[in-house]
Design a protein around this ligand. Structure first.
Ligand SMILES: Cc1cn([C@H]2C[C@H](O)[C@@H](COP(=O)(O)OP(=O)(O)OP(=O)(O)O)O2)c(=O)[nH]c1=O
Length: 220
């Protein structure tokens, strides 16, 4: 269970995931869980993402920091257009091509995440994994906007070649579903999953309560 002595271990190198988790006030540590993200030609989008998330979880479980972690969390975000995973662009030309494909249409952003208990031997523990989908509507982009935005490099390390949380917001007319899911970690669903699985006994965590001292809240 997560507490200040047993922080959550976020197996990710994504600064976006770190920021979202930090905003939730949970004690956590970060350890990159490097896996090769190559989709086989015939692999279905769901199968690919499930495979990647399990691989990230396994990599996190192998980290030394997992031993005293209260829980492990990993995630993977994909932009899916007409059932096809776009991935991250290879270069500026690839980024432009993705943005042209997304222009004037809607697509889905899928973030799949997995949580499990920490501690040694954690690879035998139950794993909760789920996929959250957000629909994102792009306005029609002018070609010079596509070329100039791609050239900023903002989208180069991001699924679909854009960042809704950055300059890329200029392209997003509206979304249906979770915003944090598009950025890389669905805050609401992650907290709900940690609560349901018993990995998080209370939320928000308050330092005094969590350390076993009396509650700082009157009447609680
Ligand atoms: C669509 C979109 C994606 N993204 C990011 C979230 C993810 O960091 C990235 C998708 O790549 P991921 O492979 O999910 O994550 P990552 O490689 O950055 O980190 P790690 O695998 O170590 O956890 O795209 C945004 O930041 N904003 C957006 O609007």
């Amino acid at each position: 269970m997560i507490d200040h002595a047993h922080p959550l271990l976020l197996g990710s190198s994504s600064p976006r995931r770190r920021d979202i988790l930090a905003s939730l006030g949970l004690p956590f540590r970060v350890a990159a869980a490097e896996v090769s993200e190559i989709k086989a030609e015939e692999e279905r989008a769901e199968d690919y993402q499930a495979r990647i998330v399990l691989a990230k979880l396994k990599a996190a479980q192998e980290r030394q920091e997992a031993a005293d972690a209260g829980a492990l969390l990993v995630a993977d975000t994909e932009v899916v257009l007409d059932g096809r995973v776009l991935g991250k662009p290879r270069d500026l030309v690839g980024a432009q091509a993705m943005l042209r494909a997304l222009s004037g249409r809607d697509h889905e952003v899928w973030t799949r995440f997995a949580v499990t208990a920490g501690g040694s031997g954690s690879d035998e523990r139950a794993v909760h994994a789920e996929t959250v989908k957000t629909q994102v509507f792009f306005r029609r982009l002018e070609d010079d906007e596509i070329v100039r935005y791609a050239a900023t490099g903002e989208g180069l390390d991001k699924a679909g070649a854009y960042a809704i949380q950055g300059l890329g917001a200029f392209a997003v007319a509206r979304i249906e579903g979770s915003y944090t899911n598009v950025v890389g970690l669905p805050a609401c669903e992650v907290i709900a999953a940690l609560r349901r699985t018993g990995l998080l006994s209370a939320f928000p965590l308050l330092p005094a309560m969590d350390d076993g001292a009396s509650s700082p809240l009157p009447g609680v």
